[in-house]
Write a protein that binds this ligand. Structure first.
Ligand code: JF8
Length: 233
């Protein structure tokens, strides 16, 4: 079963990095399908208007609901099973590894990328009756639109799909992989050849071949790092 991802945006070119590298190959191999839709194709005025002034006043512009309704209806009309509509927004629930894993289990993700001050709130409310709607934030900082968040979420989800990573261990071994309680254990430093570089040596334990010692060294590095960088955890 291949994952289908639809992205709706006024900047379709923003998604072109997904043709590169791991994600490009995943698409070429048919492990997932990406469909990017230009929201302005669902406007009907001469200036292809997608925004208007906010009711109640305030700065900036808000995205009008009608183009979103037309675009989302068209995507949902494909009739894929159990679609999830994701609205990137700074006021959303945090995007975590657990949420990436949940999305990787689904068969149809629709990502609605807003711009300006965001999308008229009736859109998300309307589609709650027709699909699973998730308002999600990728972190506590302010972006200019949802596209960068869509890139982040797609990369986090697609790399979890069976067959995308060469080494099936890699995804389950990550910092934040559950099993270790999600987000409680950071991965320590990695090294490769040469063993000596600019006078700096690879830690001797990693060259020892003693796998029990290596495992406990890595666990200790993780513990110290997590304490230093995630003091609350
Ligand atoms: C936006 C639409 C976001 N973590 C995040 N910071 N900012 C955003 C975001 C998302 C959508 C829009 N401005 C206009 C900012 C997420 N996700």
């Amino acid at each position: 079963m291949t994952l289908r991802i639809d992205v709706i945006t006024v900047f379709p070119q923003y998604l072109t990095p997904l043709e590169l590298s791991l994600l490009g190959r995943a698409q070429e191999s048919g492990l997932y399908e990406l469909h990017v839709k230009d929201l302005r194709d669902h406007t009907h005025d001469r200036h292809r208007t997608v925004d208007d002034t906010p009711y109640g006043g305030g700065p900036g512009m808000v995205m009008r609901p009608e183009p979103w309704g037309e675009a989302l209806d068209q995507v949902l009309a494909r009739g894929e099973a159990e679609p999830v509509i994701i609205f990137p927004t700074p006021s959303g629930v945090p995007f975590t590894q657990a949420l990436a894993e949940e999305f990787a289990e689904r068969s149809h993700l629709v990502i609605a990328c807003g711009r300006y001050e965001g999308i008229d709130a009736r859109v998300a409310e309307h589609y709650r009756a027709l699909a699973e709607v998730r308002e999600v934030s990728i972190g506590d900082y302010v972006l200019a639109g949802g596209e960068a968040a869509a890139l982040v979420m797609i990369e986090a989800v697609v790399r979890l799909l069976p067959g995308v990573l060469g080494n099936s261990q890699s995804a389950s071994d990550d910092s934040f992989a559950p099993g270790r309680a999600p987000g409680t254990e950071l991965e320590g430093p990695n090294y490769t050849k040469p063993p000596s570089w600019r006078g700096m040596e690879v830690p001797e334990v990693l060259l020892s071949g003693d796998h029990a010692r290596i495992r406990s060294w890595r666990e200790e590095e993780s513990r110290v790092l997590t304490q230093q960088r995630r003091a609350e955890a």
